[in-house]
Design a protein around this ligand. Structure first.
Ligand code: 5GP
Ligand code: ZN
Length: 114
């Protein structure tokens, strides 16, 4: 948890958000600047910048985030139409927010990955 991090501030409730789901580990919100018809973010409560920064095995957290994404995608009606899960990591990926997050993109045909 850091003072300035935007996702930590949302987690604390300092910044209002449309919290779609939340448990003891992570929460789900809509992206403020959506890159698809449906664009959700699965965000761990704990401040971790990148997967490489896990101090202990982060497999449980990552798996939990994936399952939260699956459940959110189901609620958004994207099981049959499909969706894309993306985790940007560092400069070449264009990661803007230095707090680990999983993008859930769908609701329309997505372009090729580049
Ligand atoms: P990144 O490029 O780091 O993988 O993705 C960061 C995402 O966070 C971007 O898609 C951006 O639109 C989104 N974002 C940044 N600030 C906020 C915010 O305050 N609220 C929400 N809901 N999304 C945000
Ligand atoms: Zn943070």
């Amino acid at each position: 948890m850091t003072d300035q991090c935007i996702f930590c501030r949302i987690a604390r409730g300092d910044i209002p958000s449309d919290m779609l789901d939340r448990d003891h580990t992570a929460f789900v919100i809509r992206d403020i600047n959506p890159k698809a018809s449906t664009h959700l973010l699965v965000i761990p409560l704990e401040h971790v910048t990148r997967i490489a920064d896990f101090k202990v095995d982060g497999g449980g957290l990552l798996g939990h985030m994936m399952l939260m994404a699956r459940d959110a995608a189901r609620r958004e009606g994207m099981v049959e139409s499909g969706y894309r899960l993306v985790i940007n990591q560092g400069p070449d990926s264009g990661q803007e927010v230095d707090h680990l997050h999983l993008h859930v993109l769908g609701g329309n045909r997505l372009g090729a990955m580049g």
